[in-house]
Write a protein that binds this ligand. Sequence first.
Ligand code: KG4
Ligand code: ZN
Length: 345
Amino acid sequence: MMEQNLLPPARVLGLETSCDETAAAVLEDGRILHSSVVATQMDLHAQFGGVFPEVASRQHIRTIHSVVDQALHQAHLSLSDLDAIAVTRGPGLAGSLVVGMNTAKGLALASGLPLIGVNHLEGHIYSAWINPLDAPAPPEPEFPLLALLVSGGHTELNLMKGHVQYQRLGATLDDAAGEAFDKVARLLGLPYPGGPSIQKAAEGGDPKAFAFPRARLDGTWDFSFSGLKTAVLRVVRQLEGSRQPLPVSDLAASFQAAVVEVLFTKTIKAAQKFGVHTIVVAGGVSANRALRDTFLSQQQFPVHIPELSLCTDNAAMIAAAGYYRFALGQRDPLDLDVLPTWALS
Ligand code: KG4
Ligand code: ZN
């Protein structure tokens, strides 16, 4: 493993268009954030109750160039001040990924800067290395570490023994944690995106009101959330049948508690088993207050969770992962393809 101080200095422009955020950022040495611009399409998709792929790719085309310009402008830098261009290669929506990839290729061709393809999931993990704007630098996560990645499309436990080295220990067998939040929110009549809505509704609720199932899947490092989702559905149908008003806060709090307990318990167990030094929790669901509080209140392992603006999709995380790939020698050709289903390990 290379030590941080042996890695070359480099400023990286990151681009991210894998789903419904058009984002660009400039990051130095994998940690120092100069700018991070995220143009969200949330309002466009809210009317469909989820991301509409065609709408997403068209919107990326409309906004990507001004987002890149803003990121450079806010960083007070031009392309000639940079060392590399990192871009999300996958996983994600193919039509959306293509927009970011083609933009990055065009910029690389015009500037002569190397192109670095980055996995969106490792981007989430590397958000834990970033020193947010106007904040003191967080300590650097120490290897070996265990990364719990919880997003809208993925839920995985990865063991990392060094930079850009991933060993996937387990993953969800069905729904991702964020997907479960989104689906249960819809069941409860809460607005998209479901995660923040459930968190808000849960604030006034009793997490013990409903004893929802916790899938332990002992003997594996995998997760499953579809049984929990079905259990919530069953209770909602029963309550609707009895014509009582739905106790939305209690249902949201009980559901959230079940998800948090499963994620926390399995992660700590794996951290003990594999003897890691630190735990990283990343991905959109790591913005969840209850999940953050649960991890941060245990004393056994140092836990790194990105600040809120870096938990959900952004390009700073792509620039961070791109920096380490660049520093370790990766250079990609300009005919690089998108990989919509790219696995991390
Ligand atoms: O990482 P992300 O921005 O996009 C993907 O790569 O999927 O994650 C989005 C997911 C959504 O499912 C959203 O509901 C969830 O993260 N999320 C949350 C919270 N904020 C976002 N889930 C629970 N609590 C939150 N506060
Ligand atoms: Zn993501």
